[in-house]
Design a protein. Sequence first.
Length: 113
Amino acid sequence: MGFSYELDKSMTGYISLRTDFCYADEDLFSNEQGFKVNTTQWNNYHLQTGVNMRKKRFNLRSGLLLTHGRTSNFQQPINFEDPNELNLLQGTAIKTEARHFTLGLLVSYILDI
């Protein structure tokens, strides 16, 4: 979902929100031990906002990208809560809640030929 608004003749503001939920089979993204090494099954939300400045021969677009994701079904690769002789270097892997947050700077230069 997105929205843009013309601030003046040479400047347009924009904002968008999207999700990238994945409904693919989780086994497609696991390694031999069964760990998921990416965020393909997480509920990710992306918010993008910024401005597009039009000049005679080019457009300059700048903005911010915020991403937040979470899951309550993350398989930890390492857990040191109960180390013993059999699992001294890795512990017992359990499923736990995990989150991630990303902040990005967007810059785009478009030459009008």
